[in-house]
Ligand binder design. Structure first.
Ligand SMILES: Cc1cc2nc3c(=O)[nH]c(=O)nc-3n(C[C@H](O)[C@H](O)[C@H](O)COP(=O)(O)OP(=O)(O)OC[C@H]3O[C@@H](n4cnc5c(N)ncnc54)[C@H](O)[C@@H]3O)c2cc1C
Length: 460
């Protein structure tokens, strides 16, 4: 392990600050509580409109109605989680939202399939006919059931391409753009809910509330995913100002623009970047700010991982840039303790480099551990040393492959030895998923509480 401990010096006085006032941040627990309350209210719609049940067919049909209602609720929540609503992005964090979306997606698809099967079976039992005959009758003579069937099939297709066994075989962009069919599925299924849903046929208040929920989410999608990037592009006029090599396969890109302080970006956050060149304009990728936002300038640092990231080294100054963001909850707002330990793996250093520079801290309060396969691959080595010196922080470079190092340098015992008072630290963690999981386990083993550990995953 290579240790670079900074000399004593003045703490950073020229730390760039964000806008005055703290932007709204939703608390994850509160968001989950609201989602759960909505699911209960949806169940109440069924309860309210169902006086009594008679016979097996009725039980099946009503189980189908409940699963249908909850599926209609679930799918709009899934879309809302991905609407890039700023208080959600800042408070919950994009990676956690993506995990909730993926998990909720599995439940919602289960509800959609259960709804179709139970309703068909229930109607068949009541009508004393076969399930296949009943399926035909439903599709042929019930309003909008065919549209809803198409919607259900689209959702199943999206679930299949998102399955763990299938997703890694697809290009990220293919998977991403297939997800847009969710919007089509929601639109196709909507009219069926009012045309066939007993809860909505006679209850105007229920129709109004349900429509308001769908319209609200639709408006959020339109605003935050489509209008906001265009407004930001017009307002901030971002352009690449410089591209420089940081380490083998790693480049920094400086982007200049106007009124950037209005973005309210913070160290630790990321944007989705769309570079308007002939080959790159159609795709946007998430990259974290690798230094605190400065007046008129943002910086990202990118490691070549594939087509998009690899092409960025060819960017020319003057290239127009469109961004969405800022996103992410790995900011100073997550902090609870005075002392902070930052642990970076590989290119996960980018948001932590920005935090090292800007987190308010007294001398000795900040420690950075930077895990790299070799010192040659360490990005920002000089910058980190300079910041550490200026801020009286401690920076440890942990270099070497697993085979080269004797034991695990980030094991609980090692961490406790290297970072006095480890359990009194907030820990910010960013790196490959394997490293993040291993280090989290070691930290918990060393007595650090889960709520003191904040991490960003570079994979959605
Ligand atoms: C919140 C966040 C912050 C990130 N910050 C940085 C950073 O500061 N520096 C850096 O070098 N890398 C960062 N990444 C990773 C970076 O986005 C991917 O390495 C990059 O998008 C790879 O794209 P590609 O087309 O070059 O490679 P591909 O070969 O197309 O993709 C490689 C892998 O990257 C992931 N990926 C690709 N595109 C996206 C996308 N649009 N959104 C999410 N994941 C994607 C997929 O898991 C894919 O399997 C960050 C990722 C996330 C999610």
């Amino acid at each position: 392990m290579t240790a670079l401990s900074a000399r004593r010096g003045a703490p950073s006085a020229d730390v760039p600050r964000g806008r005055a006032g703290s932007p709204a941040r939703a608390r994850p627990g509160a968001v989950l509580a609201v989602i759960a309350a909505g699911a209960v209210a949806t169940l109440f719609l069924w309860w309210h409109g169902t006086p009594s049940l008679h016979g097996f067919g009725d039980w099946l049909t009503n189980a189908g109605r409940i699963t249908g209602l909850e599926a209609g609720y679930g799918v709009i929540i899934l879309v809302a989680l991905m609407a890039r609503i700023p208080p959600l992005e800042r408070g919950v964090g994009a990676d956690r939202l993506a995990r909730w979306h993926a998990m909720g997606g599995r439940y919602t698809i289960g509800l959609v399939v259960a709804h179709a099967l139970l309703i068909t079976w229930g109607y068949a039992v009541t009508a004393h006919t076969s399930v296949t005959r009943q399926a035909w009758v439903l599709a042929d003579s019930y309003p909008d059931v065919l549209l809803a069937t198409a919607a259900g099939l689209l959702l199943v297709m999206i679930a299949v391409v998102s399955a763990r066994a299938v997703r890694p075989r697809m290009r990220y962009e293919t998977w991403y753009y297939l997800h847009f069919y969710t919007y089509l599925a929601v639109a196709l299924a909507f009219s069926h809910q009012f045309a066939d849903g007993a809860e909505f046929m006679t209850d105007t208040a229920a129709r109004v509330a349900w429509s308001a929920m769908y319209i609200g989410v639709g408006a959020a999608i339109a605003w935050y995913r489509f209008v906001t990037p265009v407004r930001q592009a017009a307002r901030h006029r971002l352009r690449v100002t410089a591209v420089s090599e940081e380490a083998p396969g790693v480049v920094s890109i400086l982007v200049g623009g106007r009124h950037l302080e209005e973005l309210g970006a913070e160290s630790g956050q990321f944007f989705r970047w769309r570079f308007l060149t002939r080959d790159l304009w159609w795709t946007s990728s998430p990259y974290s700010l690798s230094e605190p936002p400065r007046p008129g300038r943002l910086r990202i640092t990118v490691k070549e991982a594939g087509g998009h990231s690899g092409a960025l080294r060819e960017l020319r100054p003057g290239t127009r840039v469109v961004t969405e963001g800022p996103f992410g909850a790995l900011t100073g707002a997550a902090r609870r303790r005075r002392k902070v330990l930052l642990i970076a793996g590989g290119v996960g250093i980018t948001p932590l480099r920005a935090l090292l520079e800007s987190l308010p801290a007294a001398p000795g309060d900040l420690t950075l551990i930077y895990r790299v396969s070799s010192l040659r691959d360490a990005v920002f080595r000089r910058e980190l040393e300079q910041i550490a010196e200026r801020r009286r922080a401690t920076v440890w470079f942990v270099a070497g492959s697993r085979a080269e190092l004797p034991g695990n340098p980030l094991a609980a015992g090692e961490l406790a030895k290297r970072v006095p008072g480890l359990t009194d630290h907030d820990v910010y963690l960013c790196g490959p998923p394997g490293l993040t999981a291993d280090v989290t386990r070691e930290l918990l083993g060393a007595g650090v509480r889960r709520r003191q550990i904040h991490y960003e995953s570079f994979e959605f």
